[in-house]
Ligand binder design. Structure first.
Ligand code: ATP
Ligand code: MG
Length: 137
């Protein structure tokens, strides 16, 4: 069993597709072990995406992630990290495979509907960033 962190980004929350996205996870063997709806501060978003600090799109990324509430979840299941990334599809929705969350719900490389941890190591760091152990069930 693995755990991974998923974020439903502001574009998908404002479109009203939280339920449709969670359905994809549950239909594919990923269980919601923790969940909350929050609005990230610039400090939160900057710290969360600190690996991208030097990238040219960092400012836009922080601005977008703080533009409205997000839903943060811990997903649990077999191969959760890789399975979640497969369900999400490519970063750029134009390149995302048919039937993936980003192909179906994202509009651009910024407004790309979901975040998912990219490795087991980062999943642990990202889960700790948002949840304490007693809130993961
Ligand atoms: P995420 O980390 O959000 O799950 P990802 O792992 O598919 O997405 P990353 O390379 O980690 O992609 O980039 C983080 C986020 O930064 C992307 O989701 C996207 O919104 C934004 N981003 C990445 N590359 C670009 C780019 N070339 N131009 C604009 N924004 C970008
Ligand atoms: Mg990433």
């Amino acid at each position: 069993m693995e755990q991974t962190l998923s974020i439903i980004k502001p574009d998908a929350v404002s479109k009203g597709v939280i339920g449709k996205i969670i359905d994809r996870f549950e239909e594919n063997g990923l269980r919601v072990a923790a969940m909350k709806k929050i609005k990230l501060s610039s400090e939160d978003a900057g710290a969360f995406y600190a690996v991208h600090k030097e990238r040219p799109f960092f400012g836009e990324l922080v601005e977008f992630m703080t533009s409205g509430p997000v839903v943060v979840m811990v997903l649990e299941g077999e191969n959760a990290v890789v399975k979640n990334r497969e369900l999400m599809g490519a970063t750029n929705p134009k390149e995302a495979a048919k039937g993936t969350i980003r192909a179906d719900f994202a509009t651009s490389i910024d407004a790309n509907a979901v975040h998912g941890s990219d490795s087991l190591e980062n999943a642990k760091i990202e889960i700790n960033f948002f949840f304490s152990g007693q809130n993961i069930h």
